[in-house]
Ligand binder design. Structure first.
Ligand SMILES: CC(C)(COP(=O)(O)OP(=O)(O)OC[C@H]1O[C@@H](n2cnc3c(N)ncnc32)[C@H](O)[C@@H]1OP(=O)(O)O)[C@@H](O)C(=O)NCCC(=O)NCCS
Length: 155
């Protein structure tokens, strides 16, 4: 069930940043046994990188960052939905929001490094397996599956 009341907004206020980092740290670091989450990582503040927070009526429930490569492509990074809110269409709502944001930036193709457990989620949203940059598959991303979604055919 898609909750239409949810919005994918840019992370802007100090409160947004707190929620954004808490969700990311808890879901993508602590729950996976990773340490060293950096709230001040420069990649979150680059002008062409867009940290986004999925907000529902009862507060923030998901995070993602869209990195605009300024060549018509973008990378979807660090996707997470709060554990107690999964299976309700919120990941799909977040995906639709990212695609809308990407189209507004004239991005025609999205890429992702999907953890193996999330490949089915992306496939459900019509992403396809596609090797786009093997140099990304190092460290924590070594066993990720590279995928893409074409939003608009290039003329
Ligand atoms: C992956 C994740 C974002 C999915 O969020 P969600 O809110 O549960 O997703 P939705 O409820 O919107 O599901 C959307 C569709 O994907 C499918 N889906 C969701 N998770 C899936 C999975 N792990 N495997 C296969 N299909 C999956 C759902 O069945 C649904 O399909 P449908 O709409 O055709 O019925 C969430 O489980 C999560 O945050 N996981 C931990 C972090 C993570 O793995 N992030 C991805 C990093 S690349």
């Amino acid at each position: 069930m898609i909750q239409v009341a949810c919005r994918l907004d840019p992370v802007s206020s100090p409160s947004d940043w707190r929620h954004f980092h808490t969700l990311r740290r808890d879901i993508l670091w602590t729950a996976r046994g990773r340490t060293g989450y950096d709230e001040n990582h420069p990649d979150d503040r680059r002008p062409d990188h867009h940290p986004l927070l999925l907000k529902c009526q009862d507060g923030p429930v998901g995070v993602v960052r869209l990195d605009d490569r300024r060549d018509g492509t973008g990378i979807v990074r660090l996707v997470a939905i709060a554990p107690d809110r999964r299976g309700q269409g919120l990941g799909r709502a977040l995906g639709a929001g990212v695609e809308a944001k990407a189209r507004g930036l004239n991005i025609d193709t999205l890429f992702v490094n999907a953890v193996p457990d999330a490949v089915g989620f992306y496939e459900a949203m019509d992403w396809e397996r596609f090797c786009w940059d093997t140099s990304e598959l190092v460290g924590d991303a070594a066993n990720c599956v590279q995928m893409r979604k074409i939003l608009r055919a290039r003329s």
